[in-house]
Structures are given as structure tokens and as C-alpha cells.
Design a protein around this ligand. Structure first.
Ligand SMILES: Nc1nc2c(ncn2[C@@H]2O[C@H](COP(=O)(O)OP(=O)(O)OP(=O)(O)O)[C@@H](O)[C@H]2O)c(=O)[nH]1
Ligand SMILES: [Zn+2]
Length: 293
């Protein structure tokens, strides 16, 4: 069909062209002159189809959101990758990344990778607590291909980014996920996450066969911690919110207050102690930061 219009998703920009996925095809597109850059990976666009693999972007549809470093539009999910060992997981990093995810209205998924290895005690704490407390949780081994099919199902219909410490296996998971999928032909950069960090390269989204997209660059880091107010913080701990309505004071910080239902839940062991202490650490930081404004 010539010159028909269709909606697609921008996968990446490369030397002046945008690569737009529309159904099962990728079109190399220019931008209609009147449109202003930047068009971001993840942007939904209307294209005019010129030929089998060429098109023109006519319109950028409104963005739901935009991550800043790197800039990606319409991200809906963050895969927080921790691993059984090497490196042993950091619970404080995990809890911070969860706060960031909720703050940005993204669905977090905790991925515990390297399940082919013996778990560090902290990995055991993750396994014992988060799934039961209602968090999305999946175990994987990028090395053995375990959990990859399930991960593809989880990403279905989403635009997902990775987060997590160096060495947890983000690049390995990306490679396992995209093995055999449709990729942009001009693949000039290595898919190793983090490479090219110091150049301003465009993020590439990989479309998965099941539907859904995964970004080739971590989209999230605790360096992006926003200014949150002390009363707001507990809102980003969804496992606290079941209990918070039972606190005596409705502006309870769950800190020094009497008759605090959250502290009671910690004492009962329903909320993990480590999680509560991570909350208190963050609360202190939030209070410190309030003084700087
Ligand atoms: N045993 C085991 N090793 C793994 C697994 N996944 C990744 N690795 C290894 O862990 C190391 C780090 O993996 P990467 O995928 O580079 O980790 P990353 O999170 O991308 O790290 P950065 O690029 O530094 O952010 C590599 O040596 C991988 O081979 C796994 O499931 N099991
Ligand atoms: Zn309370």
C-alpha cells in the first residue's frame, strides 16, 4: 500500500533516521519538516508509509511520560535486577529503586537473576519477603535460560527498562530476551549495556516477539532520586499502606509516633525489619534534604 498512514513505535534514531516498528515491520523514517526533534525512542508516532521499508513521521502522539537519563518515552515497567550472588544484592539499593519506580508511576518487577548460583543470605531475604508482600517477583538464570520465557510474557504490552547494580546480569538478560527477535538492521553498537555511556547515543528499544519492548540501556539509577517530602515517602512503600490507616495519627511518619500500626506490623514480622530500617534511612535523608530547600 502506498502512502497509507499507520501508527508505530520509535525504536531508535540513527544517523538522521528514525526506525519505527509498525506491526511486524520496521520502517526507516525521516521526520516531516515541520516536526521538531527530539523524537525519542518509545514515542508513538503516525507515519506515512512510502515503501516496504521507508516512511515519514507525520505526527508524535502525546507522551505518557519521559525518563530523563537516558531519554525514553512511554516507559511503563522497570525490571530491577538483583542476583543471588556476585555481587550479593543490596537491599537498600533495591528499596530505593522501588521508591523511584513508584514515584515515576512505573510498574516495578523484581528479578532475582543467577539462580544457578547458591544464594547469598540477602538474596534469601529478598525471596522470603517481597513476593509474599505483594511485589512482582521472578527468578531467572540468564546463563541457563531459566525464567526468560516468563520474563518475555511479563514485558508483553509494556515498554520496559532495566535497573540494578553492575554485574547483576542486565546485559545477559537483554541478550537472552532478544535472542532471535526482530532487530534494527543498522545495529552498529554492541548490545553490552553501559557501553557508550559517555557518548550521547540514542537508546534502542528491542521489540520482543510476544509484543512489548525492552531498552538496551538501564533507564534508572538512584542518582535520580527526586525531592520527596517526609509525609510522602511512605506512600512509595506499598507494603506499609495496608497498615498505615491503622496508625493513630493520620500524618504518622511511622517513626517516633505512638500507636503506629506500621511499627506494630514490623514487630509482628509482617513487614520485614530490614525494609523498615531502609525506610527510616530514607526518611532521615528526606528530612535532611528538606532543610536545603
Ligand atoms: N552464573 C551466572 N552468571 C551470570 C548470569 N547472568 C549473568 N552472569 C554473569 O555475570 C557477569 C555480569 O553480567 P552482565 O550481564 O554483564 O551484568 P550487568 O548487570 O549488565 O553489568 P553492567 O554492565 O556492569 O551494568 C557476567 O560475567 C555474566 O556472564 C546468570 O544467570 N548466572
Ligand atoms: Zn504509623
Amino acid at each position: 500500500m502506498k502512502n497509507s498512514q499507520a501508527e508505530g513505535v520509535v525504536l531508535k534514531k540513527y544517523s538522521g533516521f528514525y526506525y519505527v516498528k509498525q506491526e511486524e515491520k520496521i520502517y526507516e523514517c525521516k521526520l516531516r519538516g515541520k516536526l521538531k526533534d527530539p523524537v525519542l525512542s518509545g514515542d508513538k508516532v503516525i507515519i506515512s508509509v512510502l515503501s516496504d521499508d521507508k516512511g515519514v513521521i507525520e505526527k508524535i502522539l502525546p507522551r505518557k511520560n519521559e525518563l530523563l537519563r537516558p531519554r525514553i518515552a512511554n516507559v511503563s515497567m522497570v525490571l530491577i535486577v538483583m542476583c543471588n550472588d556476585k555481587p550479593a544484592p543490596s537491599l537498600s539499593l533495591l528499596d530505593r529503586l522501588l521508591v523511584l519506580a513508584y514515584y515515576n508511576h512505573l510498574v516495578p518487577y523484581i528479578i532475582l537473576n543467577k539462580i544457578d548460583m547458591a544464594p547469598d543470605p540477602k538474596a534469601m531475604l529478598i525471596k522470603d519477603y517481597y513476593p509474599h508482600a505483594g511485589f512482582n517477583f521472578l527468578e531467572t538464570s540468564a546463563l541457563q535460560g531459566k525464567g526468560i520465557k516468563e520474563l518475555r510474557e511479563i514485558i508483553k504490552g509494556e515498554i520496559a527498562v532495566f535497573a540494578g547494580p553492575s554485574g547483576a546480569g542486565k546485559s545477559s538478560l537483554l541478550n537472552a530476551l532478544t535472542d532471535g527477535s526482530l532487530k534494527v538492521k543498522t545495529q552498529e553498537v554492541s548490545t553490552k549495556i553501559g557501553r557508550g555511556k559517555h557518548t550521547t547515543r540514542h537508546v534502542e528499544l528491542y521489540p520482543l516477539e510476544e509484543g512489548g519492548f525492552i531498552a538496551d540501556t538501564p533507564g534508572f539509577s538512584v542518582l535520580d532520586m527526586p525531592a520527596i517530602s517526609r509525609n510522602e515517602l511512605a506512600k512509595y512503600f506499598p507494603d506499609f499502606s495496608d497498615f498505615a490507616p491503622g496508625c493513630r495519627f493520620n500524618n504518622c511518619l511511622h517513626w517516633k509516633e505512638k500507636e503506629c500500626a506500621v511499627i506494630e506490623a514490623v514487630k509482628q514480622g509482617t513487614i520485614a525489619e530490614f525494609r523498615y530500617y531502609n525506610y527510616l534511612d530514607m526518611l532521615q535523608e528526606v528530612i535532611e534534604n528538606e532543610r536545603c530547600y
